[in-house]
Design a protein around this ligand. Structure first.
Ligand code: SF4
Ligand code: ZN
Ligand code: ZN
Length: 320
């Protein structure tokens, strides 16, 4: 039996390529929690008195975020929001079950928002409308914009201080590289944990798992007996191909040079901190959408939601 290199007592079950260590299940879980803790502290992601809203989909990353936050924060100050997009065959009652069970077990408020109620249309209906009008907008664009809006609304409505999402290291590196390749400096800054919230109507979003590899969230969830959702969203193929390409490429690089993803994100963080953050802190408050009042980008009359809804012919003032 190979023994854990940290405690020297239990059987090693996980080989962490980036650290070169073999760990037992307990020491591996501890390592993940401590790395998240240090990232949370380093960037002041939340303080002990703050009320946190966990935006969870019900997958393995959601499970890990909830497990870790239970260790790092008072669960009496934690709530969960989950968005039911209304995607046939994808949003299933079983997937909500563990969110319902865990929130009940720990006395955590669970806010379930269906797009059908929030918007008056499910995502499937929005996608059908969009293709009947030949708008050429990807389902993931509607999904992302509407989900973000609903989450911010719940956070504001219930007075949460921060929104926590379960994005992992792989997601973060892909997003950063996409922003760099597109030359999108504003998004590169926005993605940094210290970026300023540019409107009093936005609740700050933070990503505590941003330095945890995707394979680590899978292993953590597996070792804790979490049952994986086997169903993939039918619209997955409409995700930007650049993300899929980067994912494959980064996977290969990580295999040959373990630790690459961590080093890339550290480098991006340090560049944003040294060169870009100062400029961002001098930006004025975002203007408000002329139709619904939500914050919108500088120089825009309508916010993205109203713009999309108006192109769909279903413009209405959705709360934010
Ligand atoms: Fe939404 Fe696209 Fe993800 Fe499906 S694949 S859940 S449409 S973002
Ligand atoms: Zn150990
Ligand atoms: Zn608007």
């Amino acid at each position: 039996m190979k023994v854990c290199e940290v405690c020297g007592a239990r059987e090693a079950r996980v080989f962490q390529r980036h650290s070169g260590k073999s760990l037992c299940a307990e020491c591996f879980a501890r390592d993940v929690v401590e790395r998240v803790r240090s990232e949370v502290v380093r960037y002041g992601m939340f303080s002990p008195s703050e009320r946190l809203l966990l935006a969870l989909s019900g997958g393995k990353d959601s499970f890990v975020l909830m497990e870790v936050i239970k260790e790092l924060h008072d669960v009496g100050k934690v709530g969960i929001v989950t968005i039911v997009e209304g995607i046939e065959g994808y949003n299933r009652e079983e997937d909500l079950e563990w969110l319902k069970e865990s929130s009940k077990a720990y006395g955590i408020d669970l806010h379930i928002v269906t797009l059908s109620e929030f918007l008056g249309y499910s995502l499937d209906e929005v996608v059908r409308l969009s293709s009947s009008r030949d708008l050429g907008v990807s389902p993931c664009t509607y999904c992302g914009v509407l989900r973000r809006r609903a989450i911010n609304y719940v956070a504001r409505l219930h007075g949460y201080d921060k929104v926590l999402t379960a994005h992992n290291l792989d997601d973060e590196v892909q997003t950063s590289l996409m922003n760099i390749l597109r030359g999108d400096v504003a998004r590169l800054i926005q993605n940094h944990p210290l970026s300023p919230t540019l409107s009093r109507y936005f609740v700050k979003r933070v990503k505590p798992l941003r330095k945890v590899y995707e394979w680590e969230t899978s292993v953590y969830a597996y070792l804790r007996g979490f049952k994986f959702q086997g169903v993939e969203c039918p619209y997955i193929t409409s995700r930007p191909t650049l993300r899929a390409e980067l994912r494959d490429y980064l996977y290969e690089v990580e295999v040959s040079k373990p630790g690459t993803l961590l080093r890339v994100l550290e480098a991006v963080d340090s560049y944003v901190e040294r060169v870009l953050l100062d400029k961002a802190s001098r930006l004025p408050e975002l203007p408000q959408c002329e139709f619904c009042g939500s914050p919108t980008a500088y120089g825009r009359r309508l916010c993205v939601t109203c713009d999309l809804l108006s192109r769909l012919g279903i413009l209405r003032a959705i709360p934010y």
